[in-house]
Ligand binder design. Sequence first.
Ligand SMILES: [Ca+2]
Ligand SMILES: [Ca+2]
Length: 92
Amino acid sequence: MNAPIGSAFALATLAALAAGCSAKDQANESLASGKAVPTFRSLDADVDGSLTPTEAAKFMELAAVFPQADKDRDGLLSSAEYEDAVEDLIKG
Ligand SMILES: [Ca+2]
Ligand SMILES: [Ca+2]
């Protein structure tokens, strides 16, 4: 009997692959862990100039600090909020 865990895993794998595909688009920044930082544009899937929690979820480290990064608490990250958050992530 197949548990639905398989499809959840497949989705997670797809998400990881999608994140990897935007690697071409990324700036020359990397985290202390050596992981490259995706550009704001590569995360902004609908190109509306802000990141929803769903869009930010592609960048795990950013998703983890989303509430703090969203300084004006509108539930979205502007590019300025993103830059600040990335700077904090890089500095550690
Ligand atoms: Ca967006
Ligand atoms: Ca915000």
